[in-house]
Design a protein around this ligand. Structure first.
Ligand SMILES: Cc1cc2nc3c(=O)[nH]c(=O)nc-3n(C[C@H](O)[C@H](O)[C@H](O)COP(=O)(O)OP(=O)(O)OC[C@H]3O[C@@H](n4cnc5c(N)ncnc54)[C@H](O)[C@@H]3O)c2cc1C
Length: 897
């Protein structure tokens, strides 16, 4: 339908009447404009309601000196129309506010959007009328709008945070807010100016204000990290890349983590030398690109405390280099959050500005503001006489503009404010259970401020409008998220937050900047690409988590939770699925071993430990290789005898190297990984007997190995955990060696294959049921399978050493692991269990990839220390991973539960 015809169908509101439309959109920024364009094209009568008197949103309101975007402008643009892209040329790498505002005006004109936008109209309340299945919106003028669908495009950063200081109204000078900067020129020349706040807006404004003012006093409560923008024309290499294949450049951005097409970095900090890290850092510093420095230096900087600290220290060094006064430099240097956990700022001469004689920094941590008086600002230590105060105090982010429409009354008279008392709850960040036909663009729970928002906005708008079209075609008139889906999304959000370092900072991402606001990571930290694929999965799973209804009792509800895997597990499984590998069992035993060796060779070995020693130990009938990992701490250390995974067929003493190194570091113990013999060359009971004999040899040679003489512990993963479990039974029955504890990770414990986990997780989770059948066939004839030396669940369980048993939800072996733990416990063995939710068979051992396994590894290391009679180890980087209490025996100890 032509746009003009659609526009003609909108019944313009006469004063006092209710405007009737299919869709009401609130907000005429990036999101509202694109919504209007798409909705009109799709034939929906649409009204956009906007408080301001023109389009632009963020870029209408934030006119302060220095206001610019901090994502390169060629990326921070609409991409839905290639002709629009060709019709507009950005003049700078990071465009100024006036240029972005001109662009949005250009877009509004190009698609003739203004006729359907009611400016100077603020929505004050919204009520769902179940009888007619429509929303009634109330405006500040008293006029009302009735709509089937209500879409809040009200912005994440559009509700300014009021100053929290007494006396503002007593001040006789001029007061400005960066977020509501006047259109008229503000003259600061020759004046004594204060800026309160050093977030993004303050950092952009301060250098320019300092150039004009007679004196500038900056009041800083919390320093932010800032990197130089190195602004100029759009970088030739990025422009060339875009022009060489615009479609694929944009597609890469949509699938990326942050909405900018940089590749996924795989190298981790500890694989690089100091010099290499510094070189990468200097390149990033010179590049002047937030997304580059946040994603391209080393992969662990956003998820690992230590990897992050390396980068944060390099930035701190730069601050010290630039700022001449050491006291000022120290005050400007952030120490309270990891780099990137709070949005770093992009600056132009910010730090150097503090070298100017007309600039003073006041550290409010040392001298809090007491009051604002008629003539200036008083702190504990000084009085600053002022002509102008500029508040750069930020926003009530993510939820402020949504909650400012009050009340929003949903089904059954529920108020959104009540539902969100303890923090925002949404499904996909787009919808809320109990509020039918209400959508939020970039709402809490969507990638929003952790992304290039132009990309996120386009994705949201397309998804929402496509759903409305699909509903119309299917004859549905309402859509509402289910409670199950919403709770599942909250869980997934929490899982993603565990993965990143955002949880370690009190920021506006978590609501910490607004007194009394509920705390929690609000933007979706799982990445733009994964988020997009989840939204698409919702659709391909028949609108999973939504109830749709229509006339004559039409109803569809596919209730459920869209993501049950841990976020990094989901990524790994998707990558493996994309590789379309043939089943491992097709290669034959030697082929599978070669494949595994090649696969492992491409992975980093793991973090450094004190010492790695290869050796040979003697068993009946030959010798076995081993690799010993010694902690960097002074010994002698307790010894853990470790058995690798691989179905008794694959792997060797080095194949679980990253896991052994990680556990050696976390537990502070020597790990001796044993190269026991494999099937089909050495069938049952060779692996079991090798395991026992190796343990005996290691216990006898503990002192020679640099370990603590006395009892040893055993540990293993998968078939290696089977060997470890069997070793404990044999040691008990054969008079030693003494074993003080057993750590069994996803153990094989029984030859029964009809437990639910074998069926539920038969395929799709890397270890398949058919691969397990193949392993069993190669190792053990059916007649031998009930022997406790391969099915320890069938053995005598009394008198075994204390055990810690880890099982993973999406693992065929899950139920037999649980059964073994429960059976040992019933036999009087002290047992702790970790049931790792959302994990798969290899989660715990893919140390470098499955970061959400850290929680489990911390608990396993602590369990080993308890077996050895040692207190838990504490590392700063484990903050947030460590369960608050030491788990009691017999209790399920998953942090994820
Ligand atoms: C200074 C600054 C710089 C930024 N730089 C970047 C950047 O470089 N990259 C990036 O990705 N993001 C950036 N952002 C985030 C920016 O907000 C988004 O990129 C984007 O502009 C948001 O568009 P939007 O349409 O969703 O919301 P907004 O642009 O905020 O528009 C929302 C509109 O809704 C209106 N509104 C709200 N409530 C009501 C109501 N009740 N009734 C009527 N109207 C209402 C507001 O007046 C506003 O015009 C920046 C934000 C700021 C403040």
């Amino acid at each position: 339908m032509p746009d003009a015809m659609v526009a003609a169908r909108v019944s313009e509101a006469a004063s006092g009447t209710t405007q009737q439309v299919d869709v009401a959109v609130v907000g005429a920024g990036f999101a509202g404009l694109y919504l209007l364009h798409r909705l009109r094209k799709a034939g929906f009568t649409t009204a956009v309601l906007e408080e301001a008197d023109d389009v632009g949103g963020t870029w209408y309101w934030n006119r302060y000196p220095g206001a610019r975007c901090d994502i390169q402008t060629i990326d921070y643009s609409y991409t839905f129309d290639p002709e629009l892209e060709s019709a507009w040329k950005w003049s700078e790498k990071y465009a100024t506010q006036p240029e972005i505002l001109r662009y949005l005006g250009f877009v509004a004109d190009r698609y003739d959007l203004r006729p359907d936008i009611r400016f100077r109209t603020r929505i004050t309340a919204a009520t769902w009328d179940q009888a007619v299945e429509r929303w009634l919106l109330t405006t500040n003028s008293g006029a009302t709008v009735s709509c089937r669908y209500y879409i809040m495009a009200t912005g994440c950063l559009s509700s300014p945070k009021p100053p929290e200081i007494d006396g503002v109204k007593d001040f006789k000078g001029e007061i400005y807010f960066t977020s509501r900067w006047p259109r008229e020129e503000v003259k600061l020349a020759g004046k004594r100016v204060a800026v309160i706040g050093t977030g993004s807006s303050g950092i952009q404004a301060i250098p320019l204000i300092a150039e004009q003012a007679a004196h500038l006093t900056v009041f800083q409560r919390t320093p932010s990290f800032a990197i130089p923008a190195q602004n100029g024309p759009p970088p030739a290499d990025r422009v060339a890349l875009l022009k060489s294949d615009r479609a694929s450049y944009r597609a890469q951005a949509r699938d990326s983590l942050a909405g900018v097409p940089w590749p996924l970095s795989t190298v981790v900090s500890w694989q690089l030398s100091d010099a290499e890290r510094r070189e990468r850092f200097e390149t990033a510093w010179a590049a002047g690109d937030l997304i580059y420095i946040l994603t391209q230096l080393w992969a662990d900087q956003g998820v690992d405390f230590e990897g992050n600290a390396v980068l944060a220290d390099l930035v701190r060094e730069k601050i010290r280099e630039i700022v001449k006064n050491p006291e000022t430099a120290a005050a400007l240097t952030p120490h309270d959050h990891p780099f990137g956990a709070k949005r770093p700022c992009l600056d132009t001469n910010y730090y150097a500005t503090y070298n100017r004689p007309n600039v003073t920094l006041v550290n409010l941590r040392q001298e809090p503001i007491k009051s604002i008086t008629a003539s200036g600002i008083k702190t504990d230590k000084r009085t600053a006489d002022l002509d102008v105060i500029v508040f750069a105090t930020g926003f009530d982010a993510m939820t402020g503009a949504i909650r400012a429409v009050h009340p929003i009354t949903g089904r059954g008279g529920k108020s959104l404010s009540d539902v969100w008392t303890h923090g925002p709850q949404t499904y996909l960040g787009l919808t809320v259970a109990g509020f039918p036909n209400l959508f939020m663009i970039t709402g809490p729970g969507s990638p929003s401020v952790l992304s290039n928002m132009a990309v996120s906005i386009e994705q949201h708008v397309d998804w929402v409008v496509d759903r409305l079209i699909a509903m119309r075609e299917a004859g549905f008139t309402t859509i509402e998220a289910t409670e199950t889906a919403q709770a599942g999304w909250a869980q997934h959000m929490a899982d993603c937050s565990t993965l990143t370092l955002h949880r370690l900072a009190n920021t506006w991402y978590t609501g910490a900047n607004v007194p009394g606001k509920a705390q929690g990571v609000m933007p979706y930290p799982g990445g733009v690409g994964p988020y997009r694929s989840i939204c698409n999965e919702v659709v391909s799973h028949n609108m999973l988590g939504f109830r749709l209804t229509g006339p004559n009792g039409a109803e569809q509800c596919n209730d459920g939770q869209i993501v049950r895997l841990q976020p990094d597990v989901r990524l790994v499984l998707n990558m493996l699925a994309d590789m379309k590998l043939p089943p491992l069992e097709c290669f034959g035993a030697q082929g599978a071993r070669d494949f595994l060796a090649a696969f492992n060779a491409a992975r980093p070995a793991g973090r450094p430990v004190g010492d790695v020693v290869d050796g040979t130990l003697t068993v009946t009938g030959g010798s076995l290789p081993y690799r010993l990992y010694r902690p960097a701490t002074p010994g002698p250390h307790p010894i853990v005898v470790y058995f690798h995974g691989g179905g008794w067929v694959l792997g060797d003493q080095v194949s679980d190297e990253p896991f052994c190194r990680d556990m050696c570091r976390r537990s502070g113990m020597i790990f001796v990984s044993v190269g026991y013999r494999h099937a089909p060359e050495h069938r049952f009971p060779t692996a079991a007997e090798d395991g026992y004999a190796a343990t005996r040899w290691i216990a006898e040679h503990a002192a020679d190995l640099g370990g603590k003489p006395g009892p040893v512990m055993v540990a293993g993963w998968s078939a290696g955990a089977n060997v470890a479990a069997v070793t404990c039974q044999l040691a008990r029955d054969r008079g030693g060696p003494q074993i003080s504890g057993q750590l069994l990770v996803c153990p094989v414990t029984d030859c029964t294959f009809d437990r639910p986990s074998y069926n539920d997780n038969a395929t799709g989770y890397f270890l398949t049921r058919s691969l397990m059948f193949w392993f069993w066939d190669l190792y053990c004839s059916p007649a031998d399978r009930t022997d406790p030396r391969v099915s320890p669940l069938r053995g005598k369980l009394q008198g075994l050493p204390p055990a810690f048993v880890t099982t993973c939800e999406f693992d065929p072996l899950r139920d037999e692991g649980v059964a073994y733990a429960e059976a040992m416990s019933a036999a009087g063995v002290p047992v702790e269990q970790l049931k790792a939710r959302g994990h798969f068979h290899t989660s715990m051992t893919m140390v470098d990839v499955v970061i959400t396994g850290v929680s489990g590894r911390v608990q396993m290391a602590d369990a080993l220390r308890r077996f050895a009679g040692l207190p838990p180890a504490w590392r700063e980087g484990d903050v947030g991973f460590r369960p608050s209490q030491v788990v009691a025996p017999h209790e399920i100890a998953s942090a994820a539960e």
